[in-house]
Design a protein around this ligand. Structure first.
Ligand SMILES: *Cc1c(COP(=O)(O)O)cnc(C)c1O
Length: 403
């Protein structure tokens, strides 16, 4: 393929886009686990576009579904019924909570819908509206979702924050109990905090939150936007804990690379919203829904989630060897293929730079954690090459000859 870029993407984006992202490289195209820069040099992509292209770049089944739907109809609006939209809703009923969904375009929008659902439900159940959220969580960048996010770095300067959120400490059930008042409608958790440092919830915590919600008549809400869609080795991360939330949100990998989000509810919450209570012009776009259906089909046919569980274990074992070798590393955290290599000092940025120089793309999760999000269908060769590149980068930074 010779569609080289003829303009400098870095200059264009820097000059004409607001300065909200710290970007590093220019990507022209991708295939499977690889992406290519304008010179044609390849990187092994262990970001998957921040856990979005979980089947790798340009998966043929996803590309085919997008093309076919784009040729049929791209947008109908929610004034009309559309088959791919309805089929995705049925899929989410089957693999979700046995209830109905609301479709939208992003993670923040899905969480907005879930917060509105909790408030509407609460207003009809004792006039309650408060959502107990966790410190170090991440739920999005809109005003409501950044107010629900337990990290001051996303809130600073945007005050006054939206009222109606209380905070508890993740993995500390007593602190959740202490945060519940007669105004509490729901408790919101990520079963694995992604942006907050790749921190899995303990079994006692998730089961305890479920029991507390049952006891007090609260909704248990899960944000599965990063840890869902097979990333942790189960389709939804809450499955690891043997509990079901009352509702959860999905986005990121749900659309196979296209913008798609969903609020997925249990039957008891499926009819809280009525006509006019919520909406979205683009939400449940037919092309995004067709892509999502293709993703679910490949997951089933190729046992992708099982593969993620198996390769997550292999990857974790490889990373653990580095922790034993280098005193600068603290531990490996995470679940499945959502893994964090934790440094003792805030040098994640340096390690990312070194990895990229060696041809491997990864993410940060805070200043001390390098987060790996490889495609869920990565091969033995991908894993071997990735571990080798990580070993080389660690050697340059922390080896005996490091400066
Ligand atoms: C990425 C993310 C969001 C926000 O999703 P957007 O699509 O960027 O709005 C919300 N919650 C979690 C856990 C995420 O990882």
């Amino acid at each position: 393929m010779s569609n080289e870029t003829t303009e400098d993407a870095a200059a264009l984006c820097s000059d004409y886009q607001m300065n909200t992202y710290a970007r590093t490289a220019t990507i022209v195209r991708g295939k499977g686990s690889r992406v290519f820069n304008p010179k044609g040099n390849q990187y092994l992509d262990f970001t998957s576009g921040i856990s979005v292209v979980n089947l790798g770049h340009a998966h043929p089944a996803v590309v085919e579904a997008i093309k076919a739907q784009a040729e049929t109809i791209v947008h109908t609006s929610n004034l009309f019924y559309s088959e791919p939209v309805g089929r995705l809703a049925r899929k989410l009923h089957e693999v979700g909570l046995g209830g109905k969904c609301f479709l939208c375009n992003s993670g923040a929008e899905a969480n907005e819908a879930m917060i509105k659902l909790a408030r509407l439900w609460g207003s009809r159940n004792g006039g309650r509206y408060e959502v107990v959220c966790m410190r170090n969580s991440f739920h999005g960048r809109t005003l409501a979702t950044l107010s629900a996010t337990g990290q001051s770095k996303v809130q600073k300067g945007f005050e006054p924050l939206m009222p109606g959120f209380a905070f508890a400490t993740f993995n500390d059930l007593e602190s959740v109990k202490a945060a519940v008042t007669d105004k509490t409608a729901a408790v919101l958790i990520e079963c694995v905090q992604g942006e907050g440092g790749v921190v899995p919830a303990t079994d006692e915590f998730v089961k305890g939150v479920r029991a507390l919600c049952d006891e007090k008549g609260l909704l248990m809400l899960c944000d599965e936007i990063q840890c869902g869609m097979g990333r942790t080795g189960k389709l939804w991360a809450f499955e690891h804990y043997g509990v079901k939330p009352d509702a959860f949100t999905s986005a990121k990998a749900l659309g196979g690379g296209l913008p798609l989000g969903a609020l997925v509810a249990s039957p008891a919450l499926s009819d809280v919203f009525g006509p006019g209570d919520h909406g979205s012009t683009f939400g449940g776009n037919p092309v995004a829904c067709a892509a999502s259906l293709a993703v679910f089909k490949v997951y089933e046919e190729e046992k992708v989630v099982e593969h993620a569980a198996e390769y997550g274990e292999l990857f974790r074992r490889g990373l653990r060897q580095f922790v034993e070798k280098y005193d600068q590393l603290l531990e490996v955290r995470g679940m499945g293929l959502l893994l964090g290599l934790v440094l003792k000092e805030p040098r994640a940025g340096e390690l990312l730079d070194e990895l990229r120089n060696g041809g491997l793309l990864a993410c940060k999760a805070g200043d001390s954690v390098v987060r790996f999000l490889p495609p869920l269908n990565l091969t033995d060769a991908d894993l071997e090459e990735g571990l080798e590149m990580i070993g080389d980068a660690l050697d340059i930074l922390f080896g005996d000859d490091a400066g």
